[in-house]
Ligand binder design. Structure first.
Ligand code: FCB
Length: 449
């Protein structure tokens, strides 16, 4: 048995997102978001579920904070719903929206928990989507205005800020693959969306500095890892394209000020797609940030196969254990991602802003959930985090996804990621075994393996 100790100042946390947990979709002046529209469109979400009630955290945030306190986390990552602050995206501020987050933030601080705020976790005001959404550069101005309002409201209370969550999902998953809101299937549109949102990120960071807001600011990406199945050049190249699409396409502009040229060429030559860069954009996107957030869930092996996906890269099934999302459990890929970040971008501090697993949980009659597989998933990923720290990677913290089972986007409520079980009939929360496992790791500052 070996003992893995984490640094004393390592930030242990959990994460959630507004639309996934809040509910109260029409309360206190909240405007509709693209997720309200999408989830209320039949056939878009499993079981036609929607976030109208979700976990009702809008009313039950006190219970959530109590669970966090008992868990012993140092930080809690949650997102602000833009349509609560500006119901129409721009215009008049809705003070009741700000009040809600003030209650949450004050409650966290009282419990000794650092709030970590994500400004955009996918709930774009529908009014902005009606004018083109992220394809329209006016949305950039609207975002910066919204960000400024939230920065000023919580300056001094919130010390960790994240502009965007997972731009790969915001762009390609939502506008090319059509799986998430707004559900478009247009590659050029997806590239435009990614670019404009990256510019919005840079402009918000710039504004943050100009306003002298205290604390750190960064962005969260969702790298995945595709390992070439063989060393054949065509497999190596196919895997590189696949990784580049998920990873470099988003990391490079922010941390190097340029898109990966091999993919710019690929998009242009094979798809006729161009990046709509305007003068000054790349400098704006590359504003220095304080940390990079990494959401990590899975990885795979890929090989060249003509016609497979955008990049002629086909996944090879090599016998990984799968979660209930059908995602491979491949913890070493987390280490590979973290090593790649350090190698490619130097010593930028890294936070794992999400990591976790979906399994079919069962609530026992005495209200327990024995989620041994989720415990194993966490344990294996903690080992890789420790390995990364030992090898000199500046990994500063880890946020488990998620505090509680919630609205899992296109999968509705049937896919559970929580370390607390949500009973959607009563909205009661029940800590699972993984909650107690995590509680012990935090209390001990590490684990025995
Ligand atoms: C990520 C999202 C998060 C959650 C997990 C499972 O892509 O950021 O909201 O749905 O996946």
């Amino acid at each position: 048995m070996a003992r893995l100790d984490f640094p004393k100042d390592f930030v242990w946390g959990t994460a959630t997102a507004s639309y996934q947990i809040e509910g109260a979709a029409r309360e206190d002046g909240r405007g509709p978001s693209i997720w309200d529209t999408f989830s209320h469109t039949p056939g878009k979400v499993w079981g036609n579920h929607n976030g109208d009630v979700a976990c009702d955290s809008y009313h039950r945030y006190g219970e959530d904070i109590a669970l966090l306190k008992q868990l012993g986390v140092k930080a809690y990552r949650f997102s602000v719903a833009w349509p609560r602050i500006y119901p129409q995206g721009t215009g008049e501020v809705n003070p009741k929206g700000l009040d809600y987050y003030r209650r949450v933030i004050d409650g966290l601080l009282e419990a000794g928990i650092e709030p970590c705020v994500t400004l955009y976790h996918w709930d774009l005001p529908q009014a902005l989507q009606d004018r083109g959404g992220w394809d329209n550069r006016e949305t950039i101005d609207a975002f910066v205005n919204y960000a400024e309002t939230v920065f000023k409201a919580f300056d001094g209370k919130v010390k960790m800020w994240i502009t965007f969550n997972e731009l790969w999902c915001v762009s390609f998953l939502s506008n090319y693959l059509g799986v998430h809101a707004p559900g478009n299937t247009d590659l050029q549109l997806a590239v435009n969306v990614a670019h404009n949102a990256l510019v919005a990120h840079g402009r918000a960071v710039k504004r943050f500095r100009e306003l002298g807001i205290r604390g750190q600011i960064g962005i969260t990406h969702n790298p995945s890892w595709t390992e070439p199945y063989t060393t054949k050049p065509e497999d190596v190249e196919a895997a590189r394209r696949q990784r580049g699409w998920q990873n470099e396409w988003f990391f490079d502009p922010v941390l190097k000020g340029a898109y990966p040229q091999f993919l710019v060429d690929w998009f242009r030559d094979t798809q006729g797609v161009k990046v709509p860069i305007q003068p000054g954009d790349m400098e704006t996107i590359a504003q220095p940030i304080d940390f990079i957030g990494v959401n990590f869930y899975s990885g795979n092996y890929g090989r060249y196969k003509p016609g497979a996906g955008l990049f002629h890269c086909e996944e090879v099934q090599v016998g990984f254990e799968k979660t209930f999302m059908d995602w491979n459990v491949y913890p070493e890929a987390l280490y590979k991602v973290l090593s790649w970040v350090k190698e490619a971008y130097g010593d930028i501090p890294i936070y794992i802003t999400e990591n976790g697993a979906c399994y079919e949980d069962e609530l026992t009659p005495d209200k327990k959930v024995h989620d041994a597989k989720r415990v194993e998933y966490f344990r294996k990923h903690f080992i890789q985090c420790h390995r990364a720290i030992e090898s000199g990677i500046p990994l500063k913290g880890y946020f488990a996804w998620s505090l509680l089972d919630n609205f899992e986007w296109a999968e509705g409520y049937r896919k559970r990621f929580g370390i607390c079980y949500t009973d959607y009939e009563t909205l009661a929360r029940y800590p699972k075994d993984s909650y107690y496992f995590y509680q012990k790791v935090i209390a001990d500052g590490g684990l025995d393996v």
